[in-house]
Design a protein around this ligand. Structure first.
Ligand code: ATP
Length: 220
């Protein structure tokens, strides 16, 4: 099978997958012209406590949520690797698989971008991918809130022309305003724990899965 020349990766805990993730991936795919977006669930998120729901459940929910979208696929490489899920390791593994010429865009919300300098070997990330940052709702005045080191990185690497992401395999930062959907997995988990409805915040089939397996209830 021919590999696409321009792909996007959305990493996350997906605990659970929700419409904020799906809409962000869809809008960034359109804005940048991505042929494929791979949803890559993290095994051991380095920045947070271990998710209390198993990887198998999180993967099942991603599979259900992306079903029927021909551009979306699941990539489980972080779950197959022992230890922490570092983005740099996933990029090295993707490069091994896809080669050096494919354009890889790492998709992330602006909240995640603000914390980029805490990521393992963050200064090397742009050697292997572009960063495509979606503005998320909230006080996300990206430029105002950025640390000096990220502001300097943005100054050197930002492009306003998404076509540039097709011309090089890696190295640019591109910011894209997206429809603000103030949905978070944290809020969904908290709402379910209170026994309240989370309908319309995530796909119906993902909600059916949560109910069927009694996830995010006390003593789940
Ligand atoms: P949690 O509430 O558990 O922290 P989350 O809802 O932020 O989870 P993650 O799996 O941590 O979801 O997020 C994965 C990626 O998706 C991150 O880059 C994050 O910025 C982005 N993202 C999450 N929710 C949204 C949203 N509503 N709109 C746009 N991007 C989002």
């Amino acid at each position: 099978m021919k590999s696409p020349a321009v792909i996007g990766i959305l990493g996350g805990t997906f605990n659970p997958l929700h419409l904020g993730h799906l809409r962000m991936a869809e809008e960034l795919a359109d804005a940048v012209g991505l042929e494929q977006v791979r949803f890559m669930p993290a095994a051991h998120p380095p920045h947070r406590a271990e998710p209390e729901v198993s990887s198998a459940h999180r993967v099942a929910m991603v599979e259900l949520g992306i079903a029927g979208n021909p551009r979306f696929m699941l990539d489980t490489r972080e779950l197959e690797r022992p230890g922490h899920s570092y983005t740099i390791d996933s990029l090295l593994s993707l490069r091994k698989e896809l080669g050096d010429r494919v354009s890889i865009s790492w998709l992330l919300g602006s909240d995640a971008f603000m914390g980029l300098s805490s990521w393992h070997r963050w200064q090397e990330l742009l050697d292997y991918c572009h960063l495509v940052v979606a503005y998320r709702p909230g006080p996300a005045e990206i430029h105002a809130d950025l640390s000096p080191e990220l502001r300097s990185l943005l100054g050197k690497r930002q492009t306003h022309d998404s076509a540039r992401l097709h011309q090089k395999p890696a190295g640019h930062i591109y910011l894209q305003d997206i429809t603000a959907l103030d949905i978070s997995a944290t809020h969904i988990r908290a709402t379910l724990e209170q026994g309240l409805s989370v309908r319309y915040l995530l796909p119906d089939n993902v909600l059916a899965y949560i109910n069927q397996h009694k996830l995010y209830r006390d003593n789940a």
